[in-house]
Design a protein around this ligand. Structure first.
Ligand SMILES: [Zn+2]
Ligand SMILES: [Zn+2]
Ligand SMILES: [Zn+2]
Ligand SMILES: [Zn+2]
Ligand SMILES: [Zn+2]
Ligand SMILES: [Zn+2]
Length: 181
């Protein structure tokens, strides 16, 4: 069987199809792997598994949200506590990050590939991805129109300017926001 190597992992990888009922988290994007094509570690005592799409991520990108510098794909956060805080969604991450060392800027790989516009079931217009708050909202707390929780100030939002309607990144495609812990 053909084996593969990836910069993020020291062992060789095999191509595999993850079963629907297997609850495995991708070692790259930290999202569910159930039912996906993946590469998993050939060592039986190692659980490293990543989506084929995560395997193919470019190691260096230019992102519209951070035009000053290129972002470098790191296999783990460069910080001493082993975590990064995503500058898009505000959540922490422990696996792959698109990182700018000059600015300590980090993006989940999933957040880095979000579409520039999304259709929301609850809204008649498509929503545009904003990398910072629209100017007129700078001084107020912005409440997500889907889950009715505040959106953190420095985070990205999906927004309709015409209606002043906006959502968290993961609320745009969700009917209900998952309960906050
Ligand atoms: Zn992944
Ligand atoms: Zn391994
Ligand atoms: Zn994120
Ligand atoms: Zn930078
Ligand atoms: Zn929300
Ligand atoms: Zn609208």
């Amino acid at each position: 069987m053909k084996q593969f190597s990836h910069f993020s992992h020291r062992h060789l990888l095999n191509f595999t199809e993850v079963e629907e009922e297997d609850e495995i988290i991708c070692s790259g994007c930290e999202l569910n792997l159930s039912g996906s094509a993946a590469y998993s570690c050939t060592k039986s005592n190692c659980s490293f598994t990543i989506h084929t799409s995560c395997f193919e991520l470019p190691q260096r990108i230019r992102h519209r949200s951070h035009p000053k510098h290129p972002l470098i794909l790191l296999s783990s956060p460069p910080y001493s506590d082993g975590e990064f805080t995503c500058d898009a969604c505000g959540e922490s991450g422990v696996a792959f990050t698109y990182h700018c060392s000059t600015c300590s800027f980090d993006l989940h790989v999933g957040c880095a590939s979000l579409p520039e516009s999304e259709d929301c079931d609850d809204h008649e217009h498509s929503l545009t991805l904003f990398y910072s708050f629209p100017k007129e909202e700078q001084d107020s707390i912005f409440i997500c129109d889907v889950c009715h929780c505040p959106v953190a100030k420095n985070c990205w939002i999906y927004y309709c300017k015409v209606c002043n309607y906006g959502t968290h990144l993961d609320c745009v495609t969700a009917q209900e926001c998952p309960d906050e812990e």
